[in-house]
Design a protein around this ligand. Structure first.
Ligand SMILES: O=C(O)c1ccccc1N[C@@H]1O[C@H](COP(=O)(O)O)[C@@H](O)[C@H]1O
Length: 220
């Protein structure tokens, strides 16, 4: 069985980057949405990313940003992948990704009425739109866009889609093992669940989170 990849999002401090890397995170997320308490400037992100070792990926998260804003970040911070977490259309995601030459994840913010067919249709649309599309990231619909710690009903995820999705939305140290066992996603993504305060990560929670994922991967 494949191991579940782990993304830790919303890093703002060098010690939090170090904690996530030490805990074995596969990807680190940096938020370029000015309204987020986890927002970093391009220069701050460039400095934080310079401490990330070669085989750990970096993700730049945007909410309704323009091509020029994404270009400005790309010039200052060597991120590996984009995460579009707003109301961008699929074509806008594809155009921005092409402009900066990076693959992209597109968020689907799941509502109570969302169906499995909706998720499959969205993934097909993204694949058709761009060779740079990497995966759907599933989060819970909230007005504030993300990082809100809210869970959706994972039962909506079709079994055939699960191995390709990034599962997020209110995951915690206590719930992630159940999520991995139930959904078997490609990856899990967490932000608020491993914080001690907004924008400040808790190294013990990061360790516990990655440990819980690994145990669940091994059937424990
Ligand atoms: O982290 C943020 O502040 C944020 C802001 C705007 C959009 C998305 C954001 N984070 C992403 O939200 C989900 C869920 O986070 P949480 O674990 O429920 O706190 C996750 O994909 C983050 O990458």
């Amino acid at each position: 069985m494949q191991r579940t990849r782990i993304k830790i999002c919303g890093l703002t401090r060098p010690e939090d980057v170090q904690a996530a890397v030490s805990a074995g995170a596969d990807a680190l997320g940096f938020v370029f949405y000015p309204k987020s308490p986890r927002h970093v400037t391009p220069a701050q992100a460039g400095a934080l990313m310079s401490a990330v070792p070669p085989f750990v990926s970096t993700v730049a998260l945007f909410v309704n940003a323009s091509i020029d804003e994404v270009r400005a970040v790309a010039a200052a911070a060597p991120f590996a992948q984009l995460q579009f977490h707003g109301d961008e259309t699929v074509d806008e995601c594809a155009a921005i990704a092409a402009a900066v030459g990076r693959p992209f994840m597109r968020v689907f913010r799941v509502r109570p009425e969302t169906t499995g067919a909706d998720l499959l249709a969205e993934e097909a649309l993204c694949r058709a739109a761009s060779p740079l599309f990497s995966s759907l990231l599933l989060d819970t619909f909230v007005d504030a866009y993300g990082g809100a710690g809210k869970v959706f009903d994972w039962a909506v995820i079709p079994a055939e889609l699960a191995p390709r999705v990034v599962l997020s939305g209110g995951l915690t140290v206590d719930t992630v093992a159940g999520a991995v066992r139930q959904v078997r996603p490609y990856a899990v993504d967490i932000s608020s669940g491993v914080e001690q305060a907004k924008g400040v990560k808790d190294p013990a929670k990061i360790d516990a989170f990655t440990g819980a994922v690994r145990l669940a991967d091994h059937g424990a």
